[in-house]
Design a binder for this molecule. Structure first.
Ligand code: 3UK
Length: 547
């Protein structure tokens, strides 16, 4: 590994202790994730089997491998090499997968970014990761170009899809290139990707995953929980840039020679139509999306979901009621699973045929999970505490040793900040988060990040952002705003503040509810008492304005 990249990893004493308890998790020293996911299928007897379904288009493993190899030559021609970081900004299109696999094959580190991110978020990520090039979808270029001044090293944009004259295009890079390319001889513990997650402090943190981590997630979680065959078709809405999507729509299908079904922007109807038309067998969605699909009138009669055999639900807790409604409507079991960007994917999951609705499930094969107190002492059944995990994947923050020490504690346990209770028979039930992160519609929204942006508005003196209960989304972002002298509450100002946040941050982070108050409740040491605001509707001092 090049020294610059190695030095960005956490110090050895803060590394998670990783355990490879199963024989299928023992990998050779030299390991390349793209060779495993792609070449193994394309060069074996699956060359003619489908790899990607996108609308009417089907790309076989053989076709995909030829595209990837041609792009490897093209990227190499631009001077990109092992250890370099490349930012990916694309919707769920085949070009995302081609770019991801080509980078992996070269040993180039991918930095996937969610399409909804805005310039300030992209600029931070590009600069923090030290990306020197980006592969960007034409329709998403504007925010990235606005971010470039924040990331001086990001000089080269490669445009996929709709391009403009003078662009370096993905197509041109692949044009006329040889169709074979030998994968880089990467170490199993060499960095493959950095996935950014919004921390509760509002500063995005890069989560590093090695070549081996990505495969381990498939060989622990997917193999043991989903038991995929090459006839499975994986579908769903998470972006490929989110590790929930990278796993569910790229790594897991390819690890088992199955195929992935890519779809456009999520609407409940379009998702159901894709499941029916493309015969999706395993789907990955957030609970909110399952609820929205259940809200489509006569959903099970209008869409033939006969091919579907399992639905994975993650990113937020799956209530027993949603499980029961989906099961009644489709006959399909939803498998709740908790994962994180730090852990790459799911580490506690329900198992087919053994679901207990309302509980997340049991530790995934290969992972050890405990419920502990603040000092790391194990708690007994029925007692709520922090969940701590050890397994083949683990948290490795890029250039953030202080944050690393919060996530990895007690000589190697990963602590996600989630509060759990374990039953006497081993099932884990989610309680809440222990910090200020708001989980809304499956999105993680750090309250402080929204506060910071609200406070930049000239009308705002200060603000506090909390989660307010919501029937569809679980919770929504609610902002309590103290106005500057001379500014009064109004519906126009609510709309203006909402627009302000949507312009500055990914739009899903905007406060769906805004309430103006005289002052924020604080402790004697000056800390905002967000728990009081969470119950604010019953407080006498609440003037009840706005909303
Ligand atoms: C919360 C859940 C209750 C929990 C993710 C599957 O969500 C993913 O990653 P993020 O980094 O967020 C991690 C946090 O989200 N969470 C996730 N799943 C559940 N809470 N029940 C669940 N089933 O607070 C966790 O710490 O955005 C999920 C696979 C890959 C992922 N990255």
């Amino acid at each position: 590994m090049i020294p610059e990249v190695r030095d960005a990893l956490p110090p050895a004493e803060l590394m998670p202790e990783r355990v490879y308890a199963l024989p299928e998790l023992r990998y050779p020293l030299r390991l390349n994730v793209a060779a495993e996911l792609l070449d193994r299928n394309a060069e074996g007897d699956r060359a003619g089997r489908p790899a990607i379904h996108a609308g009417e288009r089907v790309l076989t493993y053989g076709e995909l491998a030829r595209k990837v190899n041609r792009l490897c030559h093209g990227l190499r021609g631009l001077g990109l090499d092992r250890g370099d970081r490349v930012l990916l900004r694309m919707p769920n299109v085949p070009e995302f997968i081609v770019s991801y696999l080509a980078c992996q094959k070269l040993g180039v580190v991918t930095v996937g970014t969610m399409p909804m991110l805005r310039a300030r978020e992209l600029g931070y990520i590009a600069d923090d990761a030290g990306t020197t090039a980006a592969i960007v979808w034409g329709g998403l270029r504007e925010e990235l170009e606005r971010a470039q001044p924040q990331a001086p090293e990001l000089k080269r944009l490669i445009v996929a899809g709709q391009a403009q004259p003078g662009d370096t295009t993905l197509e041109a890079l692949m044009d006329g290139q040889p169709e074979r390319f030998a994968p880089a001889d990467t170490d199993r513990d060499e960095i493959a990707m950095i996935a950014y997650t919004s921390g509760s402090t509002g500063v995005p943190k890069g989560c590093v995953h090695f070549h081996r981590d990505i495969l381990a997630s498939a060989d622990a979680y997917a193999r043991h929980v989903l038991a995929p065959t090459e006839d499975d078709r994986f579908g769903g809405h998470p972006t490929l840039a989110f590790t929930f999507g990278t796993g569910g729509l790229l790594v897991f299908p390819f690890r088992f020679g199955a195929s992935t079904v890519l779809s456009g922007p999520f609407t409940p109807e379009s998702m159901l139509e894709t499941f029916a038309k493309r015969r999706v067998t395993i789907c990955f969605c957030a609970p909110t999306s399952y609820r929205l699909m259940l809200g489509v009138p006569a959903m099970a009669r209008r869409y033939d979901l006969g091919a579907l055999r399992l639905g994975v639900s993650a990113a937020e807790p799956l209530p027993a009621a949603t499980w029961a409604e989906w099961h009644a409507a489709t006959g399909v079991e939803l498998l709740d699973g908790i994962g994180s960007t730090e852990m790459f994917h799911i580490f506690i999951s329900s198992l087919p045929g053994r679901v207990r609705p309302g509980a997340t499930g049991v530790p995934v094969a290969g992972y050890g999970c405990r419920v502990v107190d603040e000092s790391g002492n194990e708690l007994g059944p029925g007692q709520a505490g922090l969940v701590a995990i050890k397994g083949p994947t683990g948290c490795k923050y890029w250039r953030k040793p202080d944050r690393q020490a919060e996530y990895v504690r007690w000589r190697g346990w990963n602590v996600t900040g989630d509060v759990y209770v374990q039953d006497a028979d081993g099932y884990f039930t989610y309680q809440c988060r222990s910090d200020d992160m708001i989980v809304s519609g499956g999105y993680k929204i750090p309250g402080p990040e929204v506060e910071q942006v609200l406070d930049e508005h000239p009308a705002v003196a200060e603000s506090a952002v909390v989660a307010a209960p919501d029937r569809t989304r679980g919770f929504v972002v609610k902002a309590y705003v103290v106005l500057n002298p001379g500014r009064g509450p109004s519906a126009e100002l609510v709309a203006e503040l909402q627009e302000h946040v949507k312009r500055e941050l990914a739009p899903y982070k905007y406060p769906r509810a805004i309430e103006f108050i005289e002052r924020l409740p604080r402790t004697e040491t000056g800390k905002i008492q967000r728990y009081i605001l969470r119950q604010a509707d019953v407080l006498p001092w609440n003037p009840g304005a706005g909303g």
